[in-house]
Design a protein around this ligand. Structure first.
Ligand code: A2P
Length: 275
């Protein structure tokens, strides 16, 4: 296996710090090939969700890569519609069936939709059954985490949130860290159609190390202690995005990248979403 970094979650589960994201990666060959390419080039972590509608293709890509089950980490997520009608356990089993797996490494509540409190109870049962090795949340703000912790003895292992140099989400990440919850970054490269990767600051830093803007941003996430989930449908970029373990950003580089923060989200606001 290629050299890479891992983080130990608060229940002892080890998570590879760079994972392939597959949001908006079309079901079928595109997802199968992306997952297979990633696993054949060192990735050991794939992040999907029921609502990405590509779990079956993720499973197929995994099978084609042919790795032993214990060697890779898979996350999927409970969608809002299922949260609202309290279908947590059934929806989880359907995800497992589509993936063709008998367990996932991490199962997340995708958004704090109405009914998430009961969904958290469902996730705890799923965790106790051994069919999810860790459980957590996504798109939770500090007040959601506070409410969850006031009503549950089980800490979420992670909170997957929007974070990139343009929207660092620094304060929330610090609050999570103080509670022992690992932050995972979605849209880590600024999202599809974003202009972050064209930043001259990133180009200048990358030139020092012979790395692209995307590689610099992924390295910045790694050195912040965040799990980073870049997505690409292109094999060369998938490979490039994992070639990030042979250089170190200086603290000046880190500060310059963090200064790109605009405080403006690229995606939906967890306190005001309509899906
Ligand atoms: P593509 O799939 O065409 O490669 P994020 O992960 O922040 O959501 O956004 C990733 C976006 O950036 C995707 O649209 C992806 O497009 C693009 N991307 C991913 N990796 C790279 C890379 N190494 N260089 C340039 N663009 C990239």
């Amino acid at each position: 296996m290629a050299i890479q970094s891992t983080i130990t979650l608060n229940n002892g589960t080890v998570i590879p710090q760079v994972g392939l994201g597959v949001f908006q990666t079309p079901d079928g060959d595109t997802t199968v090939n992306a997952v297979q390419t990633a696993l054949e080039n060192g990735y050991r972590h794939i992040d999907t969700a029921m609502i990405y509608r590509n779990e079956a293709s993720v499973g197929e890509g995994i099978r084609r890569a042919g790795l032993p089950r214990g060697d890779f980490f898979v996350t999927t997520k409970l969608w809002n519609d299922d949260i609202r009608v309290h279908r947590g356990k059934d929806a989880f089993q359907e995800s497992l069936d589509r993936l063709g797996l008998d367990y996932v490494d991490l199962y997340l509540i995708h958004w704090p939709a109405d009914g998430w409190q009961q969904a958290w109870d469902d996730l705890q049962e799923i965790y106790a059954s051994g069919r999810a090795k860790a459980i957590g949340v996504s798109n939770f703000q500090k007040h959601h985490i506070d409410e969850l912790l006031a009503n549950s003895d089980v800490l979420p292992a992670v909170n997957q949130i929007e974070s990139s140099p343009q929207f660092t989400n620094h304060e929330l990440i610090g609050q999570l860290r103080s509670k022992g919850i690992v932050a995972e970054a979605w849209s880590p490269l600024g999202g599809t159609g974003g202009n972050l990767l064209g930043s001259p600051v990133l180009a200048e830093i990358g030139a020092k190390y012979g790395k692209s803007a995307a590689q610099v941003v992924i390295r910045w996430h790694i050195q912040r202690g965040v799990v980073v989930l870049p997505k690409s449908t292109h094999a060369e970029r998938i490979k490039q995005n994992f070639d990030v373990f042979d250089f170190n950003l200086t603290s000046e580089d880190m500060t310059a990248i963090t200064a790109l923060n605009t405080g403006k989200r690229n995606g939906a606001d967890p306190d005001n979403f309509d899906f």
